[in-house]
Design a protein. Structure first.
Length: 84
């Protein structure tokens, strides 16, 4: 199975990248799913906390006041250019 995740804006991608030397690309694609990545850092302990975070993420719920949305794109995805 292939998956391609992306961000809505170059700013969001750079924020996610942080200090990593990874390159940011401009792409074209069709979103099929949107999830708030804040669920991936949910601090609730144990299996129940993990299940609640997974449900929140995969149901597309917004976790906090300033969500960090990522998009799962349908293939094919076209790389347009390296972002400036």
């Amino acid at each position: 199975m292939l998956a391609f995740f992306a961000f809505r804006s170059e700013e969001d991608a750079r924020r996610f990248r942080g200090d990593s030397p990874a390159k940011v690309w401009r792409i074209e694609g069709t979103p099929s799913f949107k999830a708030d990545m804040l669920w991936l850092n949910d601090p609730r302990p144990g299996l129940l906390g993990l299940l609640q975070a997974a449900r929140g993420y995969w149901s597309g719920e917004k976790k906090g006041g300033d969500p960090s949305w990522e998009y799962l794109l349908r293939l094919p995805v076209k790389c347009i250019a390296l972002a400036g």
